[in-house]
Design a protein around this ligand. Structure first.
Ligand code: FAD
Ligand code: NAD
Length: 469
């Protein structure tokens, strides 16, 4: 479908999971494609400073923790771990380097041109990328998101005292004390990394529970587990200011509902109160594209914006800010541009917090399901303590919870705290995508001994008949 009028059939802005995947799919479908990226490497937030480096630190620190906290000793392995933090950082950078280079290879293989530089609209089909002018019949905005700043708390990643997630991935030494502002996904993942490596971690959360958006029982259980692991939780508390003197930060905090202020000192403060869409400098005013109240670009179900020929995917549009959601939207958007039917089912996007144990969910929370069905839901739960594999592996914490519609038994939501919850939740997503009932899951043969048997037992519990409980 080479188009003589424009340089490209498709120009994607941003090479994160939304953008790079859209570019590769567009090229696979025969469209002449370029991707503008201003970073030195491809892969966006996810590969450079997000999913991948955080998982590299989580994985390595899990081993350290297992050696240090007695888990290994309880299995007959007596070791005294010695932290080599530079080496841990080196393996993180190796993972990032390998994967970002991998995207470069995939671009070459699929003949996607990488336009290095910041892109900005001149008109809907003409963009400046650095000094170059590039035209395209279709433009996909996949510019992602960046850290939401907290007024009164200035981040300086170079100083390593008040940091955001990028700074918290790179600390050169383990802080003695760390305050995490925001008990969401980033705070709990990166807070876990440094707690495991020896920091005393306090999480300050504005709401009365951690992990907004997740099922309430899961949120409460998660708080219990993190406390047991030694994290201090200050819920219903807000940070109102921060001063830094030398290598120490002093925070002022007060009850979220108002009340007496107190101060807290820390060697390191992590600001993780959310992320906001990247739209500055894109020249959206030149194409008459307005943002919604949350600063996001709105699209229809096909990922078309209000401007003809301009599409958008990923963190810059509404929905959970997740790499796999961005990827699926990138694929669907490219398919729609090529004249195919690209669909993303936004009701079935799993979410995973990669702590120990992992915390995962897909679909509706119990409260949401009750609202949707006027209370007509059935709930089945199964504790990991009663799962033979989890018990054998010394991993007793957590449970699986399945919520189904009372009449039809159709599964509406699945929530899970278990060491491999992130892997287990894929089964639930697949079941929901196929419109499964809890009975379908209960009568599916699950291998023994696996953590996934807890999913089957939770489904049996929806009918009130689990075997191992
Ligand atoms: P991004 O990945 O943000 O990519 C956008 C790209 O666009 C960037 O590279 C940026 O440089 C470029 N760009 C922006 N403006 C322009 C412009 N004008 N011109 C040229 N280029 C531009 N999600 C998960 O699903 N699982 C996880 O485990 C996970 N862990 C995370 C851990 C951390 C610490 C963080 C910060 C995020 C994590 N996320 C995770 C979220 C995930 O990284 C994002 O949801 C995902 O990267 C969004 O993809 P995207 O393509 O929309 O945008
Ligand atoms: P988040 O929205 O998950 O959590 C932010 C938390 O900060 C919330 O609990 C919120 O109530 C709290 N908060 C807000 N203002 C506050 C204040 N002034 N004082 C105290 N608490 C305050 O955001 P995040 O953890 O920064 O993560 C950003 C995004 O990145 C998320 O949308 C997440 O989806 C994505 N992410 C995903 C993963 C994953 O999938 N494993 C990992 C990291 C990040």
């Amino acid at each position: 479908m080479a188009d003589q009028t424009y340089d490209y059939d498709v120009l994607v802005i941003g090479a994160g999971p939304g953008g790079y995947v859209a570019a590769i799919r567009a090229a696979q479908l025969g469209l002449k494609t370029a991707c503008a990226e201003s970073r030195e490497t491809l892969g966006g937030t996810c590969l450079n400073v997000g999913c991948i480096p955080s998982k590299a630190m989580l994985h390595a620190s899990e081993y350290f923790d297992a050696a240090a906290n007695g888990t290994m000793a309880s299995m007959g392995i007596d070791v005294t771990p010695k932290l080599n933090l530079p080496k841990m950082h080196e393996q993180r950078l190796d993972a990032v380097g390998g994967l970002t280079k991998g995207i470069e290879f995939l671009f070459k293989k699929n003949k996607v041109d990488w336009k290095k530089g910041r892109a900005s609209f001149v008109d809907a089909h003409t963009l400046k990328v650095g000094d170059e002018t590039v035209t395209a019949r279709n433009v996909i905005i996949a510019t992602g998101s960046s850290v939401t700043p907290l007024p009164g708390v200035e981040v300086d990643n170079d100083q390593q005292v008040v940091v955001d997630s990028t700074g918290a991935l790179e600390l050169a030494k383990v802080p003695r004390t760390m305050v995490v502002i925001g008990g969401g996904v980033i705070g709990l993942e990166l807070g876990s990394v440094w707690r495991r490596l020896g920091a005393e971690v306090t999480v300050v959360e504005f709401l009365d529970q951690l992990l907004p958006g997740m099922d309430m029982e899961i949120r409460k259980e998660a708080a219990k587990i993190f406390k047991k692991q030694g994290m201090e939780l200050k819920l219903s508390t807000k940070v109102t200011g921060c001063t830094v003197k030398g290598k120490k930060a002093t925070l002022t905090v007060e009850p979220a509902a108002g009340g007496e202020a107190e101060t807290m000192q820390a060697d390191c403060v992590l600001v993780s109160i959310g992320r906001r869409p990247n739209t500055d400098g894109l020249g959206l005013e030149n194409i008459g594209l307005e943002l919604n109240q949350r600063g996001q670009i709105e699209t229809d179900h096909d990922f078309r914006t209000k401007v003809e020929g301009v599409w958008a995917v990923g963190d810059v549009i509404p929905g959970p800010m997740l790499a796999h959601k961005a990827e699926d939207e990138g694929i669907a958007c490219a398919e729609n541009i090529a004249g195919h039917t690209g669909i993303v089912n936004h009701d079935v996007i799993p979410g995973v917090v990669y702590t120990w144990p992992e915390i995962a969910g897909v679909g509706l929370t119990e409260d949401e399901a009750k609202t949707k069905t006027s209370g007509a839901v059935k709930v089945g739960k199964f504790p990991m303590m009663a799962n033979s594999r989890a018990k054998t592996n010394h991993e007793p914490d957590g449970f699986v919870k399945i919520i189904s519609e009372a009449d039809s038994d159709r599964v509406l939501g699945v929530w899970c705290i278990a060491v491999p919850a992130g892997t287990m939740i894929a089964e639930a997503a697949l079941a929901m995508e196929f419109g499964a009932t809890s009975e379908d899951i209960a009568y599916t043969c699950h291998a023994h001994p696996t953590h996934s048997e807890a999913m089957k037992e939770a489904a049996m519990a929806v009918q009130g008949k689990p075997i191992h409980m």
